[in-house]
Design a protein around this ligand. Structure first.
Ligand code: FSX
Ligand code: SF4
Ligand code: F3S
Length: 379
């Protein structure tokens, strides 16, 4: 990791680059949206902790956020639902994260750019040429390949998603796979994968940072942009190339219903007394014990809520092949056979430990199930 003076020099160099928005700056835009300097510094403090950096980094995180309009970003849409972009853009009140995203130099983003048709295709080619080696590429969606490559073509020249993504990857400074589709294939890669969809890391040799989730939270997206602005290097990644600061713990580890799991208090079916009391959702299919993500800590929509708070179990949306491996979504995993990759998002070393932990969790879950069924029979 870079030291303070190297980061300072890097931010000085970024500051000298032209801003993408000459009429306004990020700090002015925040002020206009009603955020005080104090709000912004509080946000920077929370972001610093979120990125697992020491408190002394707060001023640098704040400065990096203010310079987010200096690094050009190209955002490609492949086969997907645009939920990842929506996650970032559609909050009813703009958050500091979404405002910063608005000011990122988005050279190409099919959902939000004004250009269409030939002009849009030109924009993409020009951005790749002009910012060769300096832009951050964000890819949303899985990519049809092989005999099915032509299932996805974009624009009047009908280039395939595969060709476009490979070219954009080649010339990028860093590549982020945004969402489970570009990280692991996603819904279109679910069995029988009729479009032969592949994740980005399968079609390029470039190192990829995976930011999975269907969709990922806006915090995990913006956090990765800040990380690149500060360090210009890959964060520590787990075996599935997910940044450990975001995907280092399981949903189950920090879940607000965990006390009920430990006490053997489960929702038996949706709408029952246990559901009203906020009991653990394991028996109605929660995959939190097998899923690595920070939803239980960070939640969605400015920390408002998240699936388990809303009353449904986690469906494991940030794990590889969750559409196939985590099914059925509303039944527990215990008793199902599952593959060796399931839930093992830790690094190589802790993979072994992870298997142990998973087995222990399995034992605990089985024990709970037995106790609960005895209880139920008694009732
Ligand atoms: Fe959708 Fe993004 Fe899911 Fe995929 O999300 S939220 S299908 S991860 O690529 O738009
Ligand atoms: Fe929370 Fe699900 Fe774990 Fe229950 S099984 S404690 S609902 S993560
Ligand atoms: Fe996805 Fe589970 Fe979080 S379903 S959004 S990883 S709680």
């Amino acid at each position: 990791m870079l030291d303070y003076s190297q980061i300072g020099a890097r931010l000085d160099a970024l500051e000298k680059l032209p801003s993408c928005n000459s009429n306004n700056s990020i700090s002015k835009a925040l002020e206009q949206a009603g955020f005080s300097r104090r709000d912004f510094m509080k946000w920077a403090g929370a972001m610093t902790a979120f990125l697992a950096l020491p408190t002394s980094f707060v001023p640098m995180v704040a400065r990096a956020a203010e310079l987010a309009d200096r690094v050009p970003v190209v955002w490609l849409h492949m086969a997907e639902c645009t939920g990842c972009s929506e996650s970032l853009l559609r909050s009813d009140a703009p958050t500091i994260d979404s405002l910063i995203f608005d000011y990122i130099s988005l050279e190409y983003h099919e959902t939000v750019m004004a250009a269409a048709g030939w002009q849009a295709e030109d924009n993409l080619n020009n951005a790749i040429e002009k910012y060769k080696g300096n832009y951050v590429l964000m890819v949303e969606g899985g990519i049809p390949t092989g005999d099915q490559e032509r299932y996805l073509t974009v624009g009047g020249q009908a280039h395939t998603g595969y060709e476009i993504t490979r070219k954009a990857c080649e010339n990028a400074m860093a590549v982020l796979a945004i969402g489970t589709c570009s990280s692991f294939g996603g819904i279109q890669a679910a069995r029988p994968n009729p479009s032969n969809a592949k994740p980005v890391h399968k079609i390029t040799s470039k190192p990829i940072i995976n930011v999975p989730g269907c969709p990922p939270s806006e915090k995990n997206i913006v956090g990765n942009v800040l990380q690149l602005l500060l360090f210009k290097e890959l964060p520590t990644l787990d075996v599935y190339n997910r940044p450990k600061w975001a995907y280092g713990l399981r949903i189950h580890d920090l879940c607000e219903r965990r006390g009920h799991f430990d006490a053997g208090e489960f929702v038996q079916e949706f709408g029952d007394e246990g559901a009203k009391k906020g009991y653990c959702l394991y028996k109605v299919g929660c995959k939190g014990p097998y899923t690595f993500n920070n939803c239980s800590r960070e939640r969605f929509n400015s920390h408002t809520s998240w699936p388990i708070q809303a009353g449904h179990g986690c469906i494991g949306c940030s794990e590889p092949n969750f559409w196939d491996n985590m099914q059925p979504f509303e039944e527990p995993m215990a008793g199902h056979k599952f593959g060796t990759t399931l839930g093992l998002g830790a690094d190589n070393l802790s993979d072994k430990i992870g298997i142990g932990v998973l087995c222990l969790t399995g034992v605990a879950i089985a024990a709970h199930a037995v106790i609960a069924s005895i209880q139920k029979n008694k009732d």
